[in-house]
Design a binder for this molecule. Structure first.
Ligand SMILES: Nc1nc2c(c(=O)[nH]1)N[C@H]1C(S)=C(S)[C@@H](COP(=O)(O)O)O[C@H]1N2
Ligand SMILES: [Mo]
Length: 468
């Protein structure tokens, strides 16, 4: 009997989280079929009696701080296998994603990465594999919008051009780039614009990333601004338009898989690089070698792989991935789930939002009976901004403990953090991690500013831990 109940709660959370939440937290729907609308009008109960017993059975142990457990969240212990939020069928992704996480099987890449899509190839790094200060190449996430570019036989002979609103168009091979210009190396984070998308409810269109569309590598390259100066920017130069060698998924040579651009001011920042090395070796093909842009702090889509052309434009670029709701977020909040075209009250994403993750332990970690204290660590970053603080809570947000922040190597490096937590008794805990950026902003409890393509979801990272 107890077994049956246990299974049913887990299944309920997987299939109908809103109803599961209602049942567990004691808000009884009049009829089992009553929908979410009727439910939200009722008063929420608390986690006690039968609800607590059922929840404890489902998460595998007594919930130590159950009195403070808020309703409305899928317990971290159950969020792992299940889609993070209920999917609204009308918003379903156009390309069917494989069911549940599958290991990536790709030469040179860790099988710990999760395949989100095959065509185009997209793979996420689970947070606990981001435990290195410098993300190893085999653990660096992969995001393609089109086909993977054809192999480039002689990397040093591969050429790219800078043309458009310049005095003298510049054509350079990778060999010339390396021999004629002074290269710099910075450790910088590069994060997909859609990182955290799965935390939106209702589900937003696109790859359902957790927090793992991020990596922080040592990038070696020539500052783009040195090349722009060599070409000579005209007064009319306002924007870049970036192009790469990867064919469109359809194979149509007239179409770009992606072609985004940035305001000239970002292109002129000294950390925006035309990069040819990653962690001290030639950039692997899957990561855009032999040459790619690295535009740190802004959506990863501006870090163009297999670079062939930077077209300097006298107006905002209008290539694939620009305009509409692509890499654009509402400037005035919209009703979650609404069907908007992004033409009004939307702006291009610039800096990525603050995010912090725990990397020392995986979600669902089991600790030995009697464990009372645990050292933990992780990473935090905030796009163009710095990270000011990282706090951790083990009691559903009642109390927060400050973690130590390690210094950044350079601007756009992520901040590694470390500290310890106390676990007063055996049982189930959720470890919540929350950062604060240098402008004073905290990560929110739940993802806000819903938008159709799901950018900017940066709610706390939550990890389930079971002691005993
Ligand atoms: N040519 C090209 N560059 C690209 C893309 C692409 O599809 N084609 N994807 C972009 C996106 S959306 C991201 S998040 C990053 C991912 O880089 P990675 O695969 O090296 O992790 O590359 C960007 N550069
Ligand atoms: Mo991306």
């Amino acid at each position: 009997m107890a077994r049956k109940k246990e299974r049913s709660v887990e299944e309920l959370y997987r299939d109908d989280p809103e109803r599961a939440d209602a049942e567990i937290f004691g808000r009884r729907a009049a009829k089992p079929e009553t929908g979410a609308e009727a439910g939200t009008a009722s008063r929420r109960g608390f986690l006690g009696g039968a609800g607590l017993a059922a929840m404890s059975a489902a998460v595998g142990g007594t919930i130590v701080h159950s009195a403070a457990m808020p309703g409305g969240l899928i317990p971290a212990a159950m969020a792992q296998a299940a889609p993070a939020q209920p999917a609204a069928p009308a918003q379903a992704a156009p390309t069917a994603a494989p069911q549940g996480p599958q290991p990536l099987d790709y030469p040179g890449k860790s099988r710990g990465l999760m395949l989100l899509q095959d065509r185009p190839l997209v793979a996420e790094t689970p947070e606990h594999l981001l435990d290195d200060a410098t993300t190893p190449i085999d653990r660096f996430f992969v995001r393609n919008n089109g086909q993977i570019a054809a192999d480039i036989a002689n990397p040093d002979a591969h050429a790219f051009v800078i043309d458009g609103e310049v005095n003298a168009p510049l054509k350079l091979t990778v060999g010339e780039l390396k021999s004629r210009y002074r290269a710099v190396t910075y450790r910088m984070q590069m994060e997909c614009g859609g990182n955290g998308r799965s935390f939106f409810s209702p589900q937003a269109r696109g790859n359902q990333w957790g927090n793992g569309a991020i990596g922080c590598a040592e990038w070696t390259g020539v500052p783009l601004r040195d090349l722009l100066r060599a070409a000579g920017l005209k007064d009319t130069a306002r924007f870049t338009g970036n192009y790469g060698a990867d064919p469109h998924l359809s194979g149509d040579t007239a179409r770009q898989s992606i072609s985004r651009g940035m305001p000239i001011a970002k292109a002129l920042e000294r950390h925006t690089l035309v990069a040819f090395a990653m962690n001290g070796q030639p950039i692997p093909h899957i990561h855009g070698g032999p040459v790619r842009l690295i535009t740190p702090g802004w959506p990863g889509s501006l870090s163009h792989k297999w670079l062939t052309r930077i077209w300097i434009r006298d107006k905002p670029h209008d290539g694939a991935g620009m305009g509409g709701t692509s890499y654009r977020i509402p400037t005035v909040p919209i009703v979650p789930g609404s069907n908007v075209d992004g033409r009004e009250n939307f702006a291009d994403m610039t800096s990525m939002p603050l995010r912090s993750i725990l990397t020392s332990h995986a979600n669902g970690t089991r600790l030995a009976k009697g464990t009372r204290s645990l050292d933990i660590r992780g990473a935090a970053w905030a796009g163009d901004l710095d990270v000011q603080r990282v706090h951790v809570s083990t009691d559903f947000g009642q109390t927060w403990r400050a973690m130590r922040l390690a210094a950044a190597k350079n601007r756009y490096d992520w901040r590694r953090w470390s500290g310890s937590i106390q676990l007063p008794t055996d049982g189930y805990y959720e470890v919540w991690v929350r950062g604060q950026d240098s402008a004073g902003k905290y990560q929110p409890h739940t993802a806000g500013n819903w938008n159709p393509q799901g950018y900017g979801a940066n709610s706390f990272h939550r990890i389930a831990m079971l002691v005993g």
